[in-house]
Each structure stands twice: as C-alpha cells, then as structure tokens.
Design a protein around this ligand. Structure first.
Ligand code: LRH
Ligand code: MN
Length: 392
C-alpha cells in the first residue's frame, strides 16, 4: 500500500467513525430577545424532535445521538422516549440542565444568595441525573447563566463557593460511567460578571471535583479574537476536554451553523483534535451541535452543520503530520504554515461524497433531504398543536 493509499485509508476510517450529536432544541422554534419566529412543520414534543434528529442521521450517517434539554424535553416516561429514539435509529445523548428560565433564578441559581433558591437549583441538577439513569445518557451538561450586572451586586468569591458546593453535590450523585460537562460563557445574560465566564474557571472547578468532571467548549462563548484551538490543546493536554458545543458567530453568542461564519477556525480546532488523536469516540470528546435556526429551515440547517464539521475534520485529517513536524523541528515557519494551509485548501467534498455512497447514503445529503418529501410530510402532520420552542 502506497503512502497516499495509507493516508486515504486512515482518513476514511476516521471519518466513518466520526460521531456528531445534534441538539433537540435546534429543531424547535428559537430566535432572539426581539423575536422568536415560528416555522411550519416544527416539532410539538420531544418525540417529534427526536424523529427530526433521526432524519439528520439518516441522511448524514454520522449523527447517531441527540442531546436533550430539561424541562424543554420533559416527558412522563424517559425510558419510552429512549425506546422511540432507538426505533428511529438514534440514541439520547447529553442531558442539559436548565436553571436559567425560572423567576426564582433572577439573582442566580446555584450561586443565588438565597439558600432556598440554591436548593431548588441543585434539586434540578439531581433530577437531570435521574433522567440520565432512565435514558442511558453518559453526560450531564451544565451551563449556568448565573452572574451579576453591576459591581457590588454580590460577592464574587462567595458565589464561587456556592457554585462549588452545588457542583460537588451533583458530582457525588453521578453513577458509574456518567460524567459532568461544565460549560463556560463570557457574558449574556449577565453583563458585568458571569460565574463561569471562561475555560480557566470551568477547569479549576473540574479539577477540584474529580475525573468525572470535564470542560465543554461552546465555540460561541468567547471574547472576539480568542484563540479557541489554544484552549482545545491545553484542555486535551490536561485530559479535561469533555466536548464541544459547535456553532459559529460573527459577533457574540450568535449560535449560527457550525463552520458558517469561520470555517478556518473550525478546521484549526479539528486540527488540534486530530493531532491529539482525540477524534475517536473512545477518546471521550463529545462533538455536539448547539445552534438556533431562527430564519433558516431547521433540519437542512442541521444537516449542513454536520457536513461542515465533517469537511473541517476531513481537512484536518489530511494534514501531513510528518511534514509538519519536520518543518516545525527545522524552525521553517512558512513551510510549517504551508503544510496546514495545503490541507485546508483541499476540496474534501468529493471524498465525503464517495464515503457516503460507499455507506449506501446519497452523496448529497441536502439534495436527498429536499427530495425525500419529509418536510412536506411534517408540515401536513404537524399543522395543529403548540410548536416546541425555548418558551423563554
Ligand atoms: C447557553 C447555551 C447552553 C445551552 C443553551 C441552549 O448559551 O450555549 O449550552 O443550554 O445555549
Ligand atoms: Mn452551548
């Protein structure tokens, strides 16, 4: 087998093994604080959201699980929802807690000065672990909107103590094989100080908690100009990268399709993943999408996002690691950069189309979905009822 055949084999194998988790809430109505736009055919319950996630997997072949958000996806029987998902060909993934929409959480949830409010918030985190027990999910994903808007509003260190106490209680509730993924975000809805604003704060809490606690990087949660792939490399080196919430942005937490605003950044991130051999599912990094499709049709937008992550991954897998290492050792700055840019400028779409065809899938998932009639079907079926959304 020639070098290039070996490379092709390695790349194809890695791409076939890729797993991207979709987000149930991306199929529901979403928007901004100014307007949430309704769309035809939007799911009305978690069962319909799971069905739409299964369609994304059917056409891409690499999206076999869907993350849930509680209470947006609260059902009477989570085991039954898991059975439904299995019938549809997908699994239920990360369980996202929600302690950011209740009036009681105005001054914080787990960091609230009021112990009664903190108790309520922690009880919700524990409820989410119960859900994980029922769905068979591995990951409890925790994003806290907690923060303050004005200097002096509360004691920053005291809030960190409260946060640590709450995380400890949830951590100790985790069963074997279960993890806690702590997500950070620079700002919004808090506009002066967020209690988990950056990777360092999330990392410090995860270190204190133990091996089951890992950091999630949401690509929309950084200050403009932040070198996210640097954070990826550092957390991978520390064994504390639990996963990603992929999306893209031009300004803030825009939650646009992954790779749409900055495909080069997504490539650089996946390059660090490939370099650390962390693409394999066994490496434990959860590749999740966390997006909102306010104006564009939702299922095609998720399919496009999955394809964008696949394309960035394929380019990263094509980086000639030996040539790169040699140029780096030689201090040949331009040659090293050129190795990366050669891979980035490679059109990997024919390779991915061929891989899909080999897997018995339509090489063009977007076209295949449009031709499938699925949208027309759900538009007719889901005419009545209350559409699912963020119900903020
Ligand atoms: C917060 C966030 C978090 C989810 C929410 C839907 O901005 O990224 O991951 O809980 O979006
Ligand atoms: Mn997120």
């Amino acid at each position: 087998m020639t070098q290039s055949e070996a490379t092709r084999d390695r790349v194809e194998q890695a791409l076939r093994a890729q797993r991207i988790e979709t987000a149930s809430w991306a199929f529901g109505n979403s928007g901004t604080r100014f307007k949430v736009f309704a769309q035809e055919g939007v799911p009305r319950d978690p069962y319909e959201k799971v069905a739409d996630a299964a369609v994304v997997h059917r056409f891409t072949g690499v999206a076999p699980s869907v993350a849930l958000h509680i209470p947006w996806d609260r059902v009477d029987d989570y085991a039954d929802l898991a059975r439904h998902a299995k019938e549809q060909g997908v699994a239920l993934g990360a369980i996202n807690a929600n302690v950011f929409q209740d009036d009681d959480y105005k001054l914080g949830s787990v960091t609230n000065p009021d112990p009664g409010v903190r108790r309520k918030a922690v009880d919700h985190l524990l409820e989410c672990v119960d859900v994980m027990d029922a769905t068979g999910s591995r990951d409890l994903k925790l994003w806290f909107s907690d923060g303050i808007n004005y200097p002096g509003q509360d004691d920053v260190r005291a809030r960190q103590d409260r946060l640590a106490e709450a995380l400890r209680e949830a951590y100790d509730r985790l069963g074997d094989g279960q993890r806690m993924l702590v997500e950070y975000k620079l700002f919004e809805p808090a506009f002066y100080a967020t209690d988990v604003p950056d990777w360092g704060t999330a990392y410090a809490h995860c270190l204190q908690l133990g091996p089951k606690a890992q950091v999630v990087i949401d690509t929309g949660h950084h200050a403009p100009g932040t070198n996210i792939e640097f954070i990826v490399a550092v957390l991978l080196r520390a064994g504390k990268l639990g996963g990603f919430d992929f999306n893209s942005r031009f300004y803030a937490d825009d939650d646009l399709m992954a790779g749409a605003a900055d495909p080069f950044q997504l490539f650089r991130i996946m390059h660090e993943i490939v370099l650390a051999d962390a693409l394999r599912p066994e490496a434990g990094v959860a590749f999740m999408l966390d997006q909102c499709h306010n104006i564009e049709p939702k299922i095609p937008a998720v399919i496009r996002s999955v394809m964008n992550v696949q394309e960035a991954t394929a380019k990263a897998l094509l980086v000639d690691a030996d040539a790169l290492a040699a140029a780096q050792r030689a201090g040949d700055v331009l040659a090293a950069n050129a190795v990366l840019m050669d891979a980035y400028h490679t059109d990997v779409r024919p390779l991915l189309a061929e891989l899909r065809a080999d897997a018995g899938l339509d090489p063009d998932p977007m076209g295949a979905y449009a031709r499938s009639g699925y949208f027309e079907k759900i538009r007719a079926e889901r005419a009545g009822g209350r559409q699912a959304g963020w119900d903020a």
